[in-house]
Design a protein around this ligand. Structure first.
Ligand code: AMP
Ligand code: ZN
Length: 500
């Protein structure tokens, strides 16, 4: 296999091979990640997609590349089925809540961005689809004659006009003839079941909250068109990497690719760059034991719910990093608890090492970074192992124990350990050197005891033990247990207590 200058190898869903990463533009990396449809809160499964995309972005930056990373906001055009059926998700929620579609979009976008920040996702460029409608219409016009046809309901893309349509889709190519479009009800007049809307006309006599004039009548753009247009406008074709969840391999991304081929007049997909991006990457799903994660059934697993139950959001990031992004990950509260404990241990070890290095926290961030680059020869083998794990298609579950090994190394100057651990955390994004014990000890919403009450009780218990009044000390311990506080005598990390 050809080796790239960066040693980084990534799985390309389009070629189904692990390929060396070579930037399209020297010294730069350009990444597009399909963002959320902002008609509702995001569940933590959705957020796995952005933890993955962020880890990828951090890795590219770590290799010294200037990163341009876009996560778009779909605020129009996405129907309740990915395959052009059903109602518009935004307008449906607007009607349910008695608000405007614009207000719904603004509210859920802000909530999404807050979740990104809580998960330490660095990426800040979130263009909204409604800001690019003019460009979408121009794109539609440029493809219309050769690749599209009009029906009463709008302008449709004829998938037979591009080579290799659906190369990315697994359902078609791996599961054989029961094609993935078999599930799509045939719309009267469609030439192929898989043809999709570029523009959806507002039905005669109706008004939509979000609609624009176009050569094909008043209406709204199709969801797939948005990503093609924003990707091309913001990153240029071909850009380096396009990401999304595995569900997008079946319909959304094949359709994006078909439009990109049509727009550029480029050929078949034997050359990946004709698809608009050199590499297409997809994260697997976060699932619940009961099945697919959903916003409508069972407990709606939002990041806020995790917080309400006393879990720091970065414990969820840890949980994601403990699995390879291409593996399915099953969510459980026990799993999250274990991830939180692991994070606590790492944070305490990081703190111990950095406190041994007096003045570390007082140094400006820029200086900390410079020091981090001053690598310790003794830790170089661990740094190499870490790079190897990440180079191997972002193998974060293998990278984590290497970081733990750095923190645990004995007989090495703490500053060297701090430097190297911080260098590794730039890729993983766990904020090990920013988090404190207090940050991680989140009180569940249901807890009816305050932090100072706990500290008071613990002080009283300490005094009782000093006086050898063990009966009193045990009583205090039991009282705390009754309020959901576990006292942890002799905890190796000096954690003292945790909420049960
Ligand atoms: P949506 O808002 O439905 O377009 O989804 C936003 C992103 O989350 C997309 O990249 C989806 O592929 C991804 N996604 C949806 N559900 C899950 C899940 N359970 N686990 C991981 N990623 C998901
Ligand atoms: Zn998209």
């Amino acid at each position: 296999m050809m080796s790239s200058a960066f040693g980084l190898k990534l799985f390309n869903s389009l070629t189904r091979e692990i390929e060396p990463f070579t930037p399209v533009h020297e010294g730069e990396a350009r990444v597009y990640s399909c963002g959320p449809t902002v008609y509702n809160y995001q569940h933590i499964g959705n957020m796995r997609a952005y933890v993955f995309a962020d880890t990828l972005g951090r890795t590219l930056q770590h290799r010294g590349l200037k990163l341009t990373h876009v996560i778009n906001i779909t605020d129009v055009g996405h129907l309740t089925s990915d395959a052009d059926e059903g109602e518009d998700k935004m307008e449906k929620m607007a009607a349910t809540q008695g608000k405007s579609a614009w207000d719904i979009a603004a509210f859920y976008q802000a909530d999404f961005e807050a979740d990104l920040a809580r998960l330490n996702v660095q990426q800040k460029q979130h263009p909204r689809a409604t800001e690019y409608v003019e460009e979408m219409i121009a794109w539609g016009k440029s493809m219309a004659d050769e690749h599209c046809y009009e029906l009463d309901s709008g302008l449709y893309f004829d998938i037979s006009t591009v080579a290799d349509y659906g190369k990315l889709a697994r359902a078609v190519t791996e599961e054989g003839a029961e094609d993935s479009w078999g599930r799509i009800k045939k719309l009267e007049g469609k030439r192929n079941a898989g043809d999709f809307a570029i523009w959806r006309k507002t039905p005669e006599g109706e008004t939509r909250q979000m609609e624009w004039d176009s050569p094909w009548g008043k209406g709204a753009p199709g969801w797939h068109l948005e990503c093609s247009v924003m990707g091309e406008k913001l990153l240029g074709f071909p850009f380096d990497i396009h990401t999304g969840g595995i569900d997008h391999r079946e319909i959304h991304h094949p359709n994006e690719i078909a439009q990109n081929q049509a727009f550029c007049g480029c050929g078949g997909l034997s050359e990946a760059r004709n698809s608009g991006a050199n590499i297409w990457m997809h994260n697997n799903f976060l699932v619940e034991r009961s099945g697919k994660m959903s916003k409508s059934s069972g407990e709606f697993l939002r990041l806020q719910l995790l917080l309400d139950k006393g879990y720091h959001p970065l414990a969820y990031r840890m949980m994601c990093l403990q699995a390879h992004y291409r593996s399915e990950l099953e969510f459980s509260w026990e799993g999250l608890e274990a991830a939180l404990t692991r994070l606590k241990r790492m944070v305490m070890a990081a703190r111990k090492a950095s406190e041994a290095q007096s003045g570390w926290y007082e140094r400006p961030a820029e200086e900390q970074r410079k020091l981090s680059l001053n690598t310790s020869p003794k830790l170089v083998p661990l740094m190499e192992q870490f790079n190897e794990a990440i180079n191997n298609d972002l193998n974060t579950p293998e990278a984590l124990p290497i970081l733990e090994a750095v923190l645990a190394t004995k007989k090495i100057d703490p500053i060297e350990r701090v430097n190297v651990a911080q260098w590794m955390d730039e890729v993983l994004g766990l904020n090990l050197f920013g988090l404190t014990r207090e940050d991680l000890r989140i009180r569940p919403k249901s807890a009816d005891i305050t932090e100072s009450e706990i500290e008071e009780a613990l002080a009283a218990r300490k005094a009782a033990r000093a006086e050898k009044d063990f009966a009193r000390s045990d009583t205090i311990r039991d009282e705390l247990a009754a309020k959901g506080v576990d006292v942890m005598d002799g905890d190796p990390l000096g954690w003292e207590w945790k909420l049960a």
